[in-house]
Design a protein around this ligand. Structure first.
Ligand SMILES: [Zn+2]
Length: 336
């Protein structure tokens, strides 16, 4: 976070500490290995057949691993360039159309005077023919933080992070969701938005965070999403998705619906209902909310490796990706 994410707690520590303490006492975490049981589902949702293909946890995790294998994906890096090509190619295979939305960011506080090329990658999956023309945007940031400024070792704090959870996890879920959605054609047009420049900013200075989301919000062109879901840091092995206050303010009905679906799918321990809200997170949903698109953030900010060199593949799990993927997939199929 700023996580992509920045916790409001960082700005107002006393409020956040209180909320965090309450949340910690109330959250329930399943033992490792019991996080996902497709058989807990209430219906055929998780059964893979021609009509309703299922979210494949291993495919999603392979997308996470592939991104991390490029190295850090901070703007200007070799890994960033290589990952952009990967994302474009992968999205072209699983959506109906892909658009690259490039922009230039002139840094002020972070790298004063230096320019960075950044690119949002946008794929569209058209609704089934005859459906209403409603659009939903699903987004995640694909860039990774240029500095591990929360690493316990001061020698690491100028190095770029691997970004397995903070960066790769949300994108991995969206790439797999796109495959499933294109194969099953929901009644809603789905915009897959992979934003750049989320995790670029200086600590305690919001001016250079959420750059891709801000750019999209100002340049939506023909896109007309009626609501959105942001995924960020949802690959943690000990997944417990937060109930973010900005998300509840923006679209309480969607938040309630997502938690209800997760419970029905057997994922209650990963979507704890109390406290409500559990935290407040500055993230890529805020620019979209400001632009009139109610957007909620699914994020597990309780991640000790946030913005450190230890945000690696082994801290993540395919099961966690599936928990979130199944929940969002069902929400889309329900016609949110
Ligand atoms: Zn981050």
């Amino acid at each position: 976070m700023m996580a992509g994410c920045l916790s409001l707690g960082q700005a107002i520590p006393c409020i956040v500490l209180a909320v965090t303490a309450l949340f910690s006492s109330c959250s329930v975490q399943a033992p490792a290995g019991t996080q996902v049981n497709a058989g807990d589902g209430p219906s055929a949702t998780n059964k893979d057949d021609a009509a309703t293909p299922a979210f494949d946890a291993q495919r999603a995790f392979a997308h996470l691993e592939a991104q991390v294998a490029f190295g850090p994906r901070n703007p200007g890096s070799d890994g960033h360039a290589a990952c952009l090509t990967y994302l474009r190619n992968e999205l072209q295979a699983v959506t109906d159309s892909v658009e690259l939305q490039p922009f230039t960011h002139q840094s002020t506080a972070v790298f004063p005077g230096k320019s960075f090329r950044m690119t949002n990658v946008i794929g569209v999956i058209e609704a089934a023919s005859g459906s209403a023309a409603r659009q939903v945007v699903l987004l995640a940031h694909w860039d990774t933080r240029p500095v591990a400024d929360r690493d316990p070792d001061p020698a690491n704090r100028r190095k770029p992070i691997p970004g397995a959870n903070d960066g790769a996890s949300g994108v991995a879920v969206l790439l797999e969701l796109a495959r499933v959605l294109k194969a099953s054609r929901p009644g809603t047009t789905v915009i897959i938005l992979l934003v750049d420049g989320e995790d670029f900013g200086a600590r305690d200075d919001l001016s250079e965070w959420f750059l891709g989301s801000k750019y999209f919000a100002k340049h939506m062109g023909g896109y007309r999403p009626s609501r959105g879901i942001l995924l960020d840091m949802i690959g943690d092995k000990d997944l417990a998705v937060e109930s973010d206050s900005f998300s509840i303010q923006a679209d309480a009905a969607l938040m309630e619906r997502l938690w209800s679906i997760a419970g029905a799918l057997g994922y209650r321990s990963h979507f704890p209902k109390t406290p409500w809200p559990s935290t407040s997170v500055y993230d890529d949903h805020l620019p979209l909310i400001d632009a009139g698109v109610p957007t909620v953030d699914l994020i597990d900010f309780d991640y000790p490796y946030w913005h450190t060199m230890a945000d690696t593949v082994d801290q993540c799990s395919a099961d966690s990706l599936k928990v979130v993927g199944d929940t969002v997939l069902q929400a889309i199929r329900d016609g949110i």
